[in-house]
Design a protein around this ligand. Structure first.
Ligand code: FAD
Ligand code: SF4
Length: 487
C-alpha cells in the first residue's frame, strides 16, 4: 500500500542544546517501523528518476520496496551491488542534489527520504551481521552434510571472503573513499592490494575531516577492517613522493598504481593579518579534533579553544568547523559567507543543524583583513557587506562589495574554510604524469593517466567534490586496472 503523506518521516535527533555540548551523533536513525512507513511513500515510478540522480546508480525503487516489505537484508544486498560504503553514504551524501532531487514525491511535497532509508538498511545489516553470518555458516554446514537442500547463495555472501590471489600486485596511494573503493573492488577479484596512506589512520576525509557527530569513526574503522579481512594491506604514515616514489612502487613489483590522494591543501584568502596567531585552516582544525581526538580531555592534542570564532566559507567544511567550534566551548561562532542562503553550497541538513545549534550566519559579508594586538594575537575580523551582481562563469550571481560598508566582528580566532587545492607532490615526483586544466591529475574517462600503469581518481582529479563521486572514480579505476592487467 502506498502512503501518500507529503512530508518525510522526521529523523529522531539529539536536542540541539544538548548536542551542541557533545560529539555524539546528531541524527539517531529511523526505527524499523519508521523506515517501513517512509518506504511506503515511494510511488514505484516506472521511469525510476531517483536512480538516474544517484552517481553510482543504486537500484533505489527496488531497495525501497524491500524496506516497505520489512525485508531489510534483501534491501541491503541490493544497495551493496553498487555502493561499497552505504553506511557512510546514507549519512553524508548530499541527497537533495542527487537521488532525492529527482524523486517524484518531491514535486508536491518532500521527496522520499532515500538517504535515511539507506542509512537504516545498512545500520540494520551491521547490527545483525554476526547473527546473519552464524545462520549462513550453520546453513552451509547443514548443506555440506546433505541436510539442507535449501542453501541460499546470498547467505554465503555475508562473509567478506578473501579471494585466492591471482598473482598481480596493485598499489593504492591514499586511503580516502576513492582509494578504499578501488582497493575493495580489486581485492574482491583476487588482486594483492597494498594501500599507502600518509596519515596514521586510513579513511581520508572520512577520518580526519567529517566530525564524529556526523559520521562516527567506528563506522569508518569497520569498513577498513572488512577490507583487511579481504586481504587488503594498509601501510600508514607512508607519504608517496617522499618515503617512496610512484616509480619505486613499480620497482617493488606493483604492476599498477592508483592515486587517490585527494585535494587536501588548504587555500587562504591572502588578506592582511592572515599570519596572526589564532588564524588556521579548517582542515588543520578538523584534523586536530577528529583524527587526533582533540576534543577528548585525555588527549594532549593542541587545539584552539577560542571563545569567539569566525569561520569563513559556506561549504560542508565550514559547517563542520563551526559546529566543532561550538562543541569545543566557543561562546559565539559566526559563519562568514559572501553570497546568500540561496547559493550556499553546504548540505541543507548541515545548515539546518548549524542554525539550530546557534551558529550566527553572516551572509553577504566578506573578510578584508584579520586584526591583531601588539603580541600578534587575533582580535577581530574586518569585513565588508556584499550584494549580488550578474551571474559569473559558475552561473551563480557574483558578489560585489558595497563601498564603505566595512565593519568588525569581535573574534579571537579565524578559521579559513574557503576551499582546498591539490598537493602537487605526486605530480612533481612522477615523470610523465600530466596535470589537467585545474592542476589536478589528468586522466581519461577510464581513470588512466598519461603514465603507463598509473590510474587516478577522486578529489585528486576533480578537485574537492563528494564522497560518492570519489567512490565512483575508485570503482571505475578498479575496472580499468583489471582490464590493463589482463593484457
Ligand atoms: P580524500 O578523502 O581526501 O583522501 C585522500 C587520502 O590520501 C588522505 O587520507 C590523504 O592523507 C592521503 N594522501 C594524500 N597525499 C598522499 C601521499 N602523497 N601519499 C600517501 N597518502 C596520501 N562530501 C560529501 O559527499 N558529503 C559531506 O558531507 C562532505 N563533508 C565534508 C567535510 C569536510 C570537512 C571535508 C574536508 C570534505 C567533505 N566532503 C563531503 C568531501 C569528501 O569528503 C571528499 O570529496 C572525498 O573524501 C574525496 O575522497 P578522496 O578519496 O578523493 O580523497
Ligand atoms: Fe520512489 Fe521517489 Fe524513486 Fe519515484 S522517484 S521510485 S517515488 S523514490
Amino acid at each position: 500500500m502506498i502512503n501518500l503523506k507529503h512530508e518525510k518521516n522526521p529523523m529522531p535527533e539529539q536536542d540541539p542544546v544538548v548536542r551542541a555540548g557533545n560529539f555524539e551523533e546528531v541524527a539517531q536513525g529511523y526505527t524499523a517501523q519508521m523506515a517501513i512507513n517512509e518506504a511506503m511513500r515511494c510511488l514505484r515510478c516506472r521511469k525510476k528518476p531517483c536512480t538516474t540522480g544517484c552517481p553510482v546508480m543504486v537500484r533505489i525503487p527496488e531497495f525501497v520496496a524491500e524496506v516497505a516489505r520489512g525485508e531489510f537484508e534483501a534491501a541491503f544486498q541490493i544497495i551493496s551491488e553498487t555502493s561499497a560504503l552505504p553506511r557512510i553514504c546514507g549519512r553524508v551524501c548530499p541527497q537533495e542534489n542527487q537521488c532525492e532531487k529527482f524523486c517524484v514525491q518531491g514535486i508536491k511535497g518532500e521527496p522520499v527520504a532515500i538517504g535515511r532509508l539507506e542509512r537504516f538498511v545498512s545500520d540494520w545489516h551491521a547490527a545483525h551481521e554476526e547473527e546473519l553470518k552464524a545462520a549462513a555458516k550453520a546453513k552451509a554446514e547443514a548443506a555440506e552434510a546433505g541436510d539442507d537442500e535449501d542453501l541460499d547463495l546470498e547467505d554465503l555472501a555475508m562473509e567478506p571472503q578473501q579471494v585466492p590471489s591471482n598473482g598481480h600486485k596493485v598499489a593504492v596511494v591514499g586511503a580516502g573513499p576513492a582509494g578504499l573503493t578501488c582497493a575493495g573492488d580489486l581485492a574482491a577479484k583476487g588482486y594483492e592490494v597494498t594501500v599507502f596512506e600518509s596519515l596514521h589512520k586510513p579513511g581520508g576525509v572520512l577520518a580526519y575531516g567529517i566530525p564524529e557527530f556526523r559520521l562516527p569513526k567506528d563506522i569508518v574503522a569497520a569498513e577498513v577492517a572488512k577490507l583487511e579481512e579481504r586481504g587488503v594491506k594498509f601501510v600508514n604514515n607512508a607519504i608517496i613522493g617522499r618515503a617512496e616514489t610512484v616509480e619505486e612502487l613499480f620497482e617493488d613489483g606493483y604492476e599498477a598504481v592508483f592515486v587517490g590522494t585527494g585535494a587536501g591543501l588548504p587555500a587562504f584568502m591572502n588578506i592582511p593579518g592572515e599570519n596572526l596567531l589564532g588564524v588556521c585552516s579548517a582542515n588543520e582544525y578538523l584534523t586536530r579534533i577528529n583524527l587526533m581526538k582533540g576534543y577528548l580531555p585525555e588527549y594532549d592534542t593542541p587545539v584552539q579553544k577560542a571563545k569567539r570564532i569566525a569561520v569563513v566559507g559556506g561549504g560542508n567544511v565550514a559547517m563542520d568547523a563551526a559546529r566543532c567550534a561550538k562543541r569545543m566551548g566557543a561562546e559565539k561562532v559566526y559563519i562568514v559567507y559572501r553570497r546568500s542562503m540561496e547559493e550556499i553550497p553546504a548540505r541543507a541538513e548541515e545548515i539546518h543543524h548549524a542554525i539550530e545549534e546557534g551558529i550566527d550566519f553572516q551572509l553577504l559579508k566578506n573578510p578584508v583583513a584579520v586584526l591583531g594586538d601588539e603580541n600578534g594575537y587575533v582580535t577581530g575580523l574586518e569585513c565588508v557587506e556584499m550584494e549580488l551582481g550578474e551571474p559569473d562563469a559558475s552561473g551563480r550571481r557574483r558578489p560585489v562589495t558595497k563601498e564603505g560598508s566595512n565593519f568588525v566582528l569581535d573574534v579571537d580566532c579565524v578559521i579559513m574554510a574557503i576551499g582546498t587545492k591539490l598537493n602537487k607532490l605526486i605530480l612533481e615526483t612522477t615523470d610523465n604524469l600530466k596535470a589537467n586544466d585545474w592542476g589536478g591529475i589528468g586522466t581519461d574517462e577510464g581513470a588512466a593517466t598519461s603514465h603507463e600503469g598509473v590510474f587516478a581518481g577522486g578529489d585528486a582529479v576533480t578537485g574537492a567534490a563528494t564522497v560518492i563521486l570519489a567512490m565512483g572514480a575508485g570503482k571505475t579505476a578498479a575496472g580499468s586496472i583489471e582490464e590493463y592487467l589482463k593484457v
